[in-house]
Design a protein around this ligand. Structure first.
Ligand SMILES: NC(=O)c1ccc[n+]([C@@H]2O[C@H](COP(=O)([O-])OP(=O)(O)OC[C@H]3O[C@@H](n4cnc5c(N)ncnc54)[C@H](OP(=O)(O)O)[C@@H]3O)[C@@H](O)[C@H]2O)c1
Length: 258
């Protein structure tokens, strides 16, 4: 299926690894020019080379922290008028809410709510003027099925979810869509480090923690980042203009509702 976005420009945040990288790769396969961001220069430059050589697309790496204003300014300087914006940053650490300080909350809100909102603020009016825009926020299945130990993440991402729900309706008539894509358990570094932490805390070995995690998923496996990237690319496509304001869950059936 031709998604009809060849020649479009995209910013993909958090794209040297995992879900962001898979999304950047899926867009590049469609002929989109991508500007990709992550904090570690070596990794984002290596990712850009690999994605460009696999897809033949233009891929520009920017080594910035998207949760800072300086980082976002540098990123936007490299791509001031994107047609597609993929918001993504690392998730906050798990823990007990009794131990989270004001500073911990501000960090989570900066990373998982405000950085996305500020990048949208800088790019949305251009999308409206050009009558094409696709914004995707990578959030989490925990928005629908929250667990207490990820409260920092759930709290901040829920704020973003509510904000997007309103904004999406305000701009839909301009062929600008905003959606959140909610990963369940995908096989990335982030998932491995969460499992590692749980294994250490519970005195279990990593392999058994991972096997029990798979048993919670009706598909009995973790998602592959490529599956996530393919969904994001579809939502960025020309034919996805009627899908907006949605929270799309990719979790192998783990959410126990309809
Ligand atoms: N994988 C899952 O199962 C799962 C489930 C639910 C939610 N999520 C959420 O989905 C998002 C992506 O997860 P993932 O599994 O793809 O993680 P990952 O494999 O750890 O990759 C994270 C990517 O984002 C970059 N990054 C992190 N913080 C950044 C920042 N402040 N500025 C710019 N780049 C940043 C990382 O590079 P640098 O470290 O070099 O910056 C890396 O490229 C996270 O928010 C995660 O919490 C994931």
């Amino acid at each position: 299926m031709d998604l009809g976005i060849s020649g479009r420009r995209a910013i993909v945040c958090g794209a040297s690894a995992g879900l962001g990288r898979a999304t950047a790769t899926a867009l590049a396969r469609e002929g989109v020019s991508v500007v990709i961001a992550a904090r570690t220069r070596e990794n984002i430059e290596a990712a850009a080379k690999e994605i460009a050589s696999e897809t033949g697309a233009e891929v520009i790496p920017i080594a910035v922290d998207v949760t800072t204003e300086a980082g976002r300014t540098e990123l936007l300087a490299a791509c001031p008028a994107p047609d597609i914006l993929i918001n993504n940053a690392g998730g906050p650490p798990p823990g007990d809410f009794r131990n989270w300080s004001h500073e911990d909350w501000i960090k989570a809100i900066d990373a998982n709510m405000l950085s996305a909102i500020f990048l949208i603020r800088e790019t949305l009016d251009g999308m409206i003027a050009r009558r094409f825009g696709r914004v995707i926020n990578i959030t989490s299945h925990m928005v629908k099925q929250p667990a207490g130990f990820l409260g920092l993440s759930n709290g901040a991402r829920s704020g973003l979810t509510g904000f997007i729900g309103g904004l999406a309706r305000d701009v839909a008539e301009h062929n600008v869509t905003l959606n959140n894509v909610l990963p369940g358990q995908f096989d990335t570094n982030r998932l491995k480090s969460n499992h590692q932490r749980f294994a250490q805390g519970s005195g279990r070995d990593l392999a058994s923690v991972r096997e029990s995690a798979k048993l919670q998923i009706p598909a009995r496996r973790f998602g592959q980042p490529e599956e996530f990237g393919a969904m994001c690319a579809f939502l960025c496509g020309a034919k996805a203009g009627f899908i907006t304001g949605q929270n799309i869950l990719l979790d192998g059936g783990q959410f126990p509702g309809v």
